[in-house]
Design a protein around this ligand. Sequence first.
Ligand SMILES: Nc1nc2c(ncn2[C@@H]2O[C@H](COP(=O)(O)OP(=O)(O)O)[C@@H](O)[C@H]2O)c(=O)[nH]1
Ligand SMILES: [Mg+2]
Length: 366
Amino acid sequence: MKLGIVGMPNVGKSSLFNCLTQAGAQSANYPFCTIAPNSGVARVPDKRLQTLERIYNSRKVTPAIIEFVDIAGLVKGASGGEGLGNQFLAHIREVDAIVHVARCFKDDNVTHVEGSVDPLRDIDVINLELILSDLEMVEKWLAKAGKSARADKSLQAEADALKLVKADLEAGKPARGALDKMGDEIRDIILGFNLLTAKPVLYALNVSEGDMTNDGADNADVRKVQELAKEENAKAFSVCASVEEEISTLNDDEREAFLRDLGVERSGLDKIIQASYALLGLISFFTAGPKEARAWTIKNGSRAPQAAGKIHTDFERGFIRAEVINYDDIARLGGAAAAKDSGLMRVEGKDYVVKDGDVMLFRFNV
Ligand SMILES: Nc1nc2c(ncn2[C@@H]2O[C@H](COP(=O)(O)OP(=O)(O)O)[C@@H](O)[C@H]2O)c(=O)[nH]1
Ligand SMILES: [Mg+2]
């Protein structure tokens, strides 16, 4: 599961990517840290882990991580091969969700390729390239398979679904909207085509340092994009990449003091990472003990054996049961033993759907 960072040139994509992944790289020796130079992992901030660390007196804390890819080079005309056009679009096709960075900061020293700061226009430029690329794909498919569809029922369903999407694309709208209106079966078919504009998106608005407070809402440009995001059923967060770059070199205590001085409760970066995690449909369950307090990542809706399998394939293969206490109960009562005494430990079987914040112990036999 990974997110692609896209946007116009010089909007702060690489700056954002660097601070996202700087924190991640420090944290550990994750094996896939350096798959490609423009790919890296970010730690998912989760205050619950610190509480578990304290309660269990854990020697080590291991957060969840997500992967980001800095996809540079998208410009006007990319879908027609402008710049390195199609190559970049192919990179976007490989990611599961998109972080769309737009520039809201003013700085005469940083060139703007379109000549002025206007995030809505910039977002339109990028979205149009993605839409055109999808449209080309949909048209190709319909031209090729559309004819045989009349004879083949399964192809007919695909063709009908794609025609719905095509109408939206032709109207300059992303495929995402049409997906929301479809039944599960058709939606799965469409998702199988891996359209760029069907991928979930969040907007990261790169603001000036002075606009960091109040989630950037004092900036009129930010408000405009937030409105757009609302219409699109997406989310928008403001972040100041240049300040985040400073922050990412600080330790946790210094960081909190720094943010307090700026009048900001949570860093924009943290918000973006947490929202990215949710955008991918991911949740965390925990394991906790004196050795380690750890967050594990699973798809929302996963069952207990799949969760066990994240830790070890043997856990999944030989799964017997899971002992589950919710984080909130442990935090409220100050420990697992107290939660157990209060009857808040549940024994769950293989059909149990894991919830975000479950603290789990697996029993298995191989
Ligand atoms: N003033 C200001 N400059 C920034 C900010 N973020 C990035 N920059 C500068 O903008 C330029 C382009 O940033 P970069 O991250 O390389 O943009 P990219 O082309 O989207 O990857 C660099 O000179 C950055 O230092 C910001 O928040 N404020
Ligand atoms: Mg860059």
